[in-house]
Write a protein that binds this ligand. Structure first.
Ligand code: CAA
Length: 260
């Protein structure tokens, strides 16, 4: 599959989606968002990819936001379509059955930060910067920031970031729970792929069920979340990997998971 604004490579069960418009700091215009949706749909169909890394091309940015040049010409109806398109991309990441790791190599601003928040785990370079600077353009986040950020870091910090539009550094993002690990810039992709490989070796149906229970449990009350967990837990009992995992433990040997 060929793309103009992104790159996709896959090796050893790890896919890497790179947003690749470095001249515009990888800003997300409608064509880029559509290519990402197409790529995510293909990853979903592709059984060989067991973990996905999302990163930005060029040294400077992960994604510096939605494309301001494109948005400057939009009217109300087009703005709504743009927001819905970006939201479809973040939802498509959350709906993938495999773990998605953001490798944040630089600026993750606006739509870029919203992309980060849709990923399962986040590894950031010590040079990464995070922010929701939309307020400085006279607009607000449109790819999920007003909804996901408060769920991640709490209401008061989310309000500070969205009303104030200031950036935070990678260490602050880690302390606030937006980032799992901060590593040196030159180690970023290696660390993200190492993490992806470790997760790709786990039983994929169990990973998918865990992802589903965590994701959908976030937005329901505890009782319904617990019921969802029991359903997802039960699904794993239909798998060969569950039989193998338990037999291996009881036989005091390493498990060999088949993915079935
Ligand atoms: N959209 C379009 N182009 C962008 C861009 C964006 N979000 N961010 C950067 N660029 C472009 C710049 O216009 C510039 O292009 P030219 O070389 O053609 O002039 C190029 O990328 C390099 O950028 P700068 O010269 O500005 O680089 P810098 O090092 O001085 O600053 C920066 C870097 C602080 C990230 C700065 O580029 C910046 O503030 N970018 C905008 C960040 C932003 O506001 N993001 C939110 C967008 S709105 C949004 O995302 C809404 C939503 O939720 C859906």
């Amino acid at each position: 599959m060929s793309y103009d604004n992104i790159r996709f490579e896959s090796a050893d069960a790890i896919g890497t989606l790179t947003v690749d418009r470095p001249k515009a700091l990888n800003a997300l215009n409608p064509d880029t968002l559509r290519e990402m949706l197409r790529c995510l749909r293909d990853v979903r169909r592709e059984n060989d990819v067991r973990a996905l890394v999302v990163t930005g091309g060029g040294g400077k940015a992960f994604v510096a936001g939605a494309d301001i040049a494109a948005m400057s010409k939009m009217r109300v109806v087009e703005a709504k379509e743009m927001a819905r398109l970006g939201q479809r991309v973040t939802s498509a990441i959350e709906d993938l059955a495999i773990p998605v790791i953001a490798a944040v190599n630089g600026f993750a601003l606006g739509g870029g930060m919203e992309l980060v928040m849709a990923c399962d785990l986040v590894v950031a370079s010590d040079k990464a910067r995070f922010g929701q600077p939309e307020i400085n353009l006279g607009i607000i986040p449109g790819f999920g920031g007003t909804q996901r950020l408060a769920r991640r870091i709490g209401l008061h910090r989310a309000r500070e970031m969205i009303y104030g539009g200031e950036m935070i550094d990678a260490d602050t993002a880690r302390q606030w729970g937006l980032v799992n690990r901060v590593v040196k810039a030159e180690e970023l992709i290696g660390e993200a792929r190492k993490l992806a490989a470790a997760l790709a070796a786990k039983p994929p149906i169990a990973i998918a069920q865990a992802k589903l229970a965590i994701q959908h449990g976030l937005d329901v009350d505890l009782e319904n979340g617990l019921r969802l967990e029991a359903e997802a837990f039960a699904v794993t009992f239909s798998t060969e990997d569950r039989s193998e995992g338990m037999a291996a433990f009881l036989g005091k040997r390493p498990a060999k998971f088949s993915g079935r």
